[in-house]
Design a protein around this ligand. Structure first.
Ligand SMILES: Cc1ncc(COP(=O)(O)O)c(C=O)c1O
Length: 356
């Protein structure tokens, strides 16, 4: 029999899938979620909206109301907003309309792995730009890669390192860039910085955001893209019709309307991040990196898998990121509730003390 998989593109067969093994754990600090969950009054608003609605009807083809609310929320124009089923869908849409064989995509390394996977599937070429030894962005090298690339992808703050680019550095890259520049702001709330003001200046910029992190809605899959209307119109061609369900739409609207309830949670998580970083830096045998996001990358002298297992045996789930380029022996811990962070620190310290 002919090999059924011969229909699959060779580039795809060579790729490693984006996966995450499922582990149950008491303390789940591995996916950069907001541990406080959505405030009850936001959930109630969603329930109410859903009860009064016919579930047999499709969502609006263009979610105009949500787009208008997001535009106001983000400080951009409503005809320059595209809503997605998670920002992952929008990353895919942007790359689908820009990347084909012969196109080059500048991507810092290490960063969110989905970018490279999608570029590979679409037959594009990745121009990798390594972070510096301190895991900071290498701005001059990024600017020169952007000058040769059809698309440049910047994750600000960067997952999994927490490093960030300042707005003047993003501007420098935008000025040098030959093609589209995508700033993925999945964690921007924790950096208190956004590239949205740069949209007025640069038509080749698009900004991506998500409701999965600070906005406490990872289970509902909502993301959005901000760009110039002509650019958004083109990117929208690659998203599926009715990509966002009515439940998620109602939740996104309620979360934006009641953002003042989420803001204090974000402030606590930023304070906890700084506390966690200071504690990690005081822990002998740990090297921890400053972060502008809601997670911290750290390494020890032990194999990451060993540290992962030791923490997991205490019911604590972190992310082993040691297979990313430059991150041998690294793990990534999401900032959890204060007591979760303490449990993580205790478990890590007892492992390190016993492993000496
Ligand atoms: C940098 C970055 N972009 C996008 C996403 C995906 O977010 P969403 O849940 O909106 O698809 C993640 C999730 O981990 C992320 O870290």
């Amino acid at each position: 029999m002919k090999d059924a998989l011969s229909s699959i593109k060779p580039v795809v067969r060579q790729l490693h899938a984006y996966t995450l093994k499922h582990f149950e754990a008491r303390v789940k600090i591995n996916q950069n979620e907001n541990p406080f969950d959505l405030p009850d009054s936001v959930k109630s608003a969603v329930h109410k909206a859903m009860e009064g609605r016919a579930w047999c009807r499709y969502p609006p083809f263009v979610p105009t109301e949500l787009a208008a609310k997001l535009a106001r929320f983000a400080g951009w124009r409503s005809d320059g907003v595209l809503v997605g089923n998670g920002s992952n869908e929008l990353i895919e849409a942007v790359l689908m309309v820009t990347v084909e064989p012969g196109k080059r995509v500048a991507i810092p390394q290490p960063t969110f792995t989905l970018y490279q996977l999608l570029v590979g599937i679409l037959g594009g070429e990745v121009l990798p730009v390594a972070l510096t030894e301190n895991l900071d962005f290498d701005v001059p090298r990024l600017a020169s890669a952007a000058a040769q690339a059809d698309v440049t992808l910047l994750c600000c703050p960067n997952n999994p390192t927490g490093s960030n680019l300042r707005l003047d550095e993003i501007r420098e890259i935008l000025k040098a860039a030959r093609g589209l520049v995508v700033v993925d702001e999945a964690y921007h709330e924790f950096s208190r910085q956004t590239a949205v003001p740069l949209l007025a200046e640069f038509e080749h910029l698009v900004v991506l955001r998500t409701f999965s992190k600070a906005m406490a809605m990872a289970g509902l899959r909502v993301g959005y893209l901000l760009g110039h209307p002509e650019m958004v119109e083109q990117i929208a061609k690659a998203k599926l019709p009715y990509n966002l369900n009515v439940f998620s739409m109602a939740a996104a609207e309620a979360a934006v309307e009641q953002f003042s309830l989420l803001q204090p949670q974000i402030e606590v998580l930023i304070r906890e991040r700084e506390r966690l970083l200071a504690e990690l830096r005081q822990t002998p045998g740990v090297t921890a990196y400053a972060s502008q996001a809601n997670f911290i990358a750290f390494k020890t002298r032990h194999a990451a898998a060993q540290v992962f297992e030791a923490l997991y045996s205490h019911g604590i789930l972190v992310r082993d990121v040691s297979r990313y380029p430059m991150l041998d022996r690294f793990l990534r811990v999401t900032v959890g509730l204060p007591q979760e962070n303490d449990q993580f620190l205790d478990a890590l310290r007892s492992f390190l003390a016993a492993a000496h």
